[in-house]
Design a binder for this molecule. Structure first.
Ligand SMILES: NC(=O)C1=CN([C@@H]2O[C@H](COP(=O)(O)OP(=O)(O)OC[C@H]3O[C@@H](n4cnc5c(N)ncnc54)[C@H](O)[C@@H]3O)[C@@H](O)[C@H]2O)C=CC1
Length: 575
C-alpha cells in the first residue's frame, strides 16, 4: 500500500494498442562503420571527467536492481540514515541543490541555494529562484524530482511566472506544459521564492488545511523512520491479511510509503495534480491486490501512527485536517482503481536470457496479451526469484504484435532483484509486468530531429524509440551518443551499428571514459562529448542513464547553451 516505486505514469491518456503500431522490423543484418557524417563538428576533446562525475551514486544495501535502478538516484539516501538527506539530495539536480533534499522538511531554505542556483547556469528560468524552487517541489522527496518534475521543471519559474515543466512528452512542449501530474510548480513556504500561482485561488479553509498538513508533517519529519515502522506495525495488527501484500523485508517498503506521503503532503495544495498522481497510484496498486477495505485500514494506521509520533501536537484541528486529506487520497485512488478495466498485471514468459557480460543480461519475455506501452516508457516487473519485489525496467524494443519485450539488466552491487535476474532468471520463468509508466515517448506529429544520450542500460529507452521511428518510417535525424565506462561495456554496439547502417537518418556515436580513439569512439563523459558538438538547439533531446549521468549530462548541455525545454528525461526509482 502506498508504494510509489512504480508510480510514474502519464496523464491518464489512453495509449495505443501495440498491435496497431505495426511490426517491429528485425535487426538489420549488416555492419557498418560509424559515425556517419551528419553530426555537427565536435570541439576539441578534453577527455576529462566532469567535476561531479559519479557523485552520489552509491546504493544502500538491497535497494538496487536491474535495468535502470542502479546507482545514482539512490545515492546516499537509502544507504544512509534517512532518505531525506543525501539520497534525494543527489537525486535532486545536483549535490548542492539536492543536499537540502527533503531532509529538513518542506520548509527548508536549502533548496534555493544549492546546485542549480549557482551562477554559471544562465539559461532562462534557471536562476536561483527558478531552479531552487522548482526542484524542491518534487525533487527532494520523490523520484519525479530527479526527472521530469524536478529538474525537469526548472523551467518552472521564469520571468513571467511559471514556465511549463519539462522532462516529459518528448517533442511536444504543449503537452508537456499541460502535464498535470508534475508537482513542479510547488514552492515550499518560507524559502523566499515566488508564490505559487494557485495560492491566491485557495480558500482560507483550504489553505488552513494545507498549512496544517504541512506543518504537522514537518514536525514529525525528523522521526519518519519511526513513523513508517509504526504505521506498518499498526496496519498489520488491524489488518493482518495485508502483510502478505508486502515482501518479507519491509525496509524498502517503508521508504516507499514515506515517499508517497511526502509527495502527497507536497502536492496537497494542488488538487488537480495530486489527483492525477493518486489515480495513477490507485491503478498501480491493483497489481498488489489491494482492495477497497484496505484503504480504511491504511487510513486508520496512518493517522494512528502520526498521532503517536506527534504527541501533544496532535490537536483536533490537526486530526481533522488529516482525516480530510486522507479521505481525498483514498477516494482518488479507489475511484481510479475501480474505473480501470485493463489487466492489473500481464504475465510474461521468459523466452530468452542472454548473459552478455558477467554483470549484464538481456532478457526477452513474451506476454500473452499486449502490454500497452509506448516506446520509451517503462514498466514494473516482478520475477519468481524475488516475489513481491517490483522493479522498474524499460523495454529496449518498440511494442510489436509479437508481444515481446526486451530488457537490459545490469546488476547493482547488493541488489536483490538485478542480481537474481542476471544470474538466475531462466527461460520459462513467468514474470509479472505492471502498467506502463513514463512520458519519454514520441509525439507522432512532430518532425523535429532528435538527440539521444544514453549511458549504460539507459540505452534501452533510446533503442525502443529508434525502433519506433523505424516502424513509423520516419526520416527524422537521430544522433545517438551511447556511453560505457569501457569499450567492452558497450554491450549492444553491434546492433546499433547495424541499425545505423540501415537507416541513414541514424548516427551512432560510442563514447567511453578513456582511450576512445583506439576503438573509434569518443573519449570522455557523455555530457562533455555531446556538448563538444554544440548546443543542439534544433533537436529534441532524450537523456537516459544513471541519475548522476543524467545530471552531469544535462548540466554540461545547459552550459553549452542547450535550451532546457528541449531536454527530456524520465524519473526513475532506483530501488
Ligand atoms: N529509462 C531510462 O532512462 C533508463 C535508465 N537506466 C539507468 O541507466 C543506468 C545505467 O547504469 P549502468 O548500465 O550501470 O551504466 P554505468 O553506470 O556503467 O554508466 C554508463 C555510462 O554512464 C556514464 N556515467 C556513469 N556515471 C556517470 C556520472 N556520474 N557522470 C557522468 N557520466 C556518468 C559512464 O561514463 C558511461 O558512459 C542505471 O542507473 C539505470 O537505472 C536504465 C534503463 C533505462
Amino acid at each position: 500500500m502506498f508504494d510509489i516505486a512504480d508510480d510514474r505514469r502519464d496523464d491518464g491518456t489512453t495509449m495505443s494498442h501495440p498491435s496497431s503500431r505495426g511490426a517491429v522490423p528485425p535487426p538489420p543484418p549488416r555492419t557498418t562503420a560509424f559515425p556517419p557524417p551528419s553530426l555537427p563538428t565536435a570541439r576539441s576533446e578534453s577527455g576529462h571527467r566532469a567535476e561531479d562525475r559519479h557523485s552520489g551514486g552509491q546504493l544502500g544495501d538491497g535497494y538496487e536492481t536491474g535495468g535502470y535502478e542502479t546507482g545514482g538516484y539512490q545515492s546516499g539516501g537509502h544507504g544512509s540514515s534517512g532518505y531525506e538527506t543525501g539520497g534525494y539530495g543527489s537525486a535532486g539536480y545536483d549535490t548542492g541543490y539536492g543536499s537540502a533534499g527533503y531532509g529538513t522538511g518542506s520548509h527548508s531554505g536549502g533548496y534555493s541555494s544549492g546546485g542549480y542556483s549557482s551562477p554559471g547556469h544562465d539559461s532562462p528560468g534557471y536562476g536561483s529562484s527558478g531552479y531552487g524552487s522548482a526542484g524542491y517541489g518534487s525533487a527532494g522527496y520523490d523520484s519525479p524530482g530527479y526527472g521530469s518534475a524536478g529538474y525537469g521543471s526548472s523551467g518552472g519559474y521564469d520571468s513571467t511566472g511559471y514556465a511549463p515543466s519539462n522532462g516529459s512528452y518528448l517533442d511536444e512542449p504543449a503537452r508537456t506544459s499541460a502535464m498535470p501530474s508534475s508537482p513542479s510548480h510547488h514552492v515550499p513556504e518560507g524559502v523566499g521564492l515566488p508564490t505559487p500561482r494557485d495560492a491566491s485561488a485557495r480558500s482560507n479553509d483550504a489553505s488552513d488545511m494545507v498549512a496544517i498538513i504541512r506543518d504537522s508533517f514537518e514536525a514529525v519529519s525528523s522521526r519518519t523512520d519511526e513513523l513508517t515502522q509504526l504505521f506498518y506495525g499498526w496496519l498489520f495488527r488491524i489488518a493482518p491479511e495485508t502483510r502478505e501484500l508486502f515482501p518479507v523485508t519491509m525496509e524498502l517498503q517503508r521508504t516507499r510509503l514515506l515517499r508517497a506521503l511526502i509527495h502527497v503532503v507536497q502536492m496537497v495544495d494542488r488538487p488537480d495534480e495530486l489527483n492525477v498522481f493518486l489515480r495513477q497510484l490507485g491503478r498501480d496498486h491493483r497489481k498488489f491486490g489491494v482492495i477497497g477495505e484496505h484503504y480504511d485500514k491504511v487510513g486508520e494506521a496512518l493517522l494512528g501512527a502520526l498521532a503517536e509520533i506527534a504527541g501533544p501536537a496532535w490537536t483536533r484541528d490537526v486530526e481533522q485536517a488529516w482525516v480530510g486529506a486522507y479521505g481525498v487520497v483514498s477516494k482518488s485512488m479507489r475511484d481510479a482503481a475501480d474505473a480501470e478495466r485493463g489487466p492489473a498485471v500481464w504475465m510474461a514468459r521468459v523466452m530468452e536470457h542472454r548473459r552478455v557480460a558477467p554483470d549484464l543480461a538481456i532478457v526477452r519475455v513474451q506476454t500473452s496479451q499486449p502490454v500497452p506501452y509506448l516506446a520509451g516508457q517503462y514498466v514494473s516487473v516482478e520475477t519468481p526469484q524475488r516475489p513481491r519485489m517490483w522493479r522498474s525496467l524499460t523495454p529496449a524494443n518498440a511494442p510489436g504484435p509479437d508481444c515481446v519485450m526486451e530488457f537490459h539488466v545490469h546488476t547493482v552491487p547488493g541488489g536483490w532483484v538485478s542480481r537474481a535476474i542476471v544470474s538466475h532468471a531462466r527461460v520459462g520463468d513467468v514474470w509479472r509486468i505492471g502498467p506502463p509508466m513514463g512520458q519519454m515517448t514520441l509525439d507522432p506529429r512532430s518532425q523535429a530531429d532528435l538527440l539521444m544520450v544514453a549511458g549504460g542500460t539507459g540505452l534501452a529507452p533510446a533503442r525502443a524509440l529508434i525502433e519506433q521511428l523505424m516502424v513509423d518510417g520516419s526520416d527524422r535525424k537521430v544522433a545517438l551518443f551511447v556511453g560505457g565506462r569501457t569499450w567492452s561495456s558497450l554491450y549492444d554496439i553491434d546492433t546499433l551499428r547495424r541499425m545505423a547502417q540501415d537507416n541513414p537518418w541514424l548516427t551512432v556515436v560510442p563514447v567511453v571514459e578513456e582511450d576512445g580513439r583506439r576503438y573509434g569512439a569518443e573519449t570522455g563523459t557523455l555530457g562533455e562529448v555531446v556538448a563538444r558538438y554544440g548546443a543542439w538547439a534544433d533537436r529534441q533531446i532524450v537523456v537516459a542513464g544513471s541519475p548522476p549521468m543524467v545530471r552531469s549530462t544535462v548540466s554540461a548541455m545547459l552550459d553549452a547553451g542547450t535550451p532546457f525545454m528541449q531536454i527530456h528525461y524520465d524519473p526513475y526509482h532506483t530501488d
